[in-house]
Design a protein around this ligand. Structure first.
Ligand code: DGL
Length: 243
């Protein structure tokens, strides 16, 4: 059934955000801080239990289902708040659906800019680590040394311990074990929930990078370029749904 809840016209329509589970909530939070007047619909696929260990075909299908669900709400723009879905499926989504998309990618560029000769550790899901699109980012490493560490379990550990994140300290420590890195890139939106642990382990916030601010800024400029930003003055709402 079509949920046409926003009938004010394009500017008042919501922005869609999706992820495999709760990781995209960290992106939603950043976007809401920057764009408080916007309405959002957040769609997750929490029943599947994570996308990072699925095949490309499965990830593409799950991401498409999320987008179809968001379009039932007449979303005016969609954020793939998932590095895995962005790396695997953003081109397919852009060519399949007539709505602007913003994706999130491991924030390797800002890390390289801050530590051009340093050692950079990129933490991400196995599916992200094997994508060409992601591998292309590594070509800009210059004289920095970049280690990519695929983590098959960390996103699921975070997803199932959202109410007790502090118990994940060992998981965070193991993820960085022996890397001796100057900078850590959190290449999965779930990891942002425990960013505070990575900051402690890495020696401060300036050593940890995630893509969330970049996504919110990109979304803001798309809304302005296309003249579809919500009118100021009314606090936006959020609706949650699943596929
Ligand atoms: N939050 C996602 C990402 O940014 C997906 C994690 C997962 O489902 O394994 O990659």
């Amino acid at each position: 059934m079509r949920r046409r809840i926003y009938i004010k016209g394009m500017k008042g329509n919501p922005i869609g955000i999706f992820d495999s589970g709760s990781g995209g909530l960290t992106v939603l939070d950043t976007c809401r801080r920057l764009l408080p007047d916007e309405n959002f619909v957040y769609v997750s696929d929490f029943r599947t239990g994570g996308w990072g260990n699925l095949s490309e075909r499965q990830i593409g299908e799950r991401a498409e289902s999320c987008v179809k669900k968001l379009l039932e709400y007449d979303c005016k723009a969609i954020v793939a708040a998932c590095n895995t879905a962005t790396e695997v499926a953003i081109s397919q989504l852009r060519s399949g659906f007539p709505v602007p998309f913003v994706g999130v990618e491991p924030a390797l560029r800002p890390a390289l800019k801050a530590y051009p000769d340093g050692k950079i550790l990129v933490l991400c899901t196995p599916a992200t680590a094997r994508q060409q699109k992601f591998r292309a980012l590594l070509r800009d490493a210059g004289s920095a040394r970049v280690e990519v560490r695929p983590l098959p379990k960390l996103a699921a550990r975070i997803e199932s311990n959202l109410d007790k994140l502090d118990t994940l300290r060992d998981d965070a420590e193991r993820s960085m074990d022996g890397a001796d890195a100057d900078a850590v890139v959190l290449g999965c939106t779930h990891y942002v929930f425990i960013r505070y642990m990575f900051e402690q382990l890495a020696g401060g916030a300036e050593h940890v990078f995630d893509g969330n601010d970049g996504v919110a800024r990109r979304l803001q400029s798309i809304l302005h370029e296309q003249g579809i930003a919500a009118p100021a003055g009314k606090m936006g709402q959020v609706i949650f749904d699943t596929i």
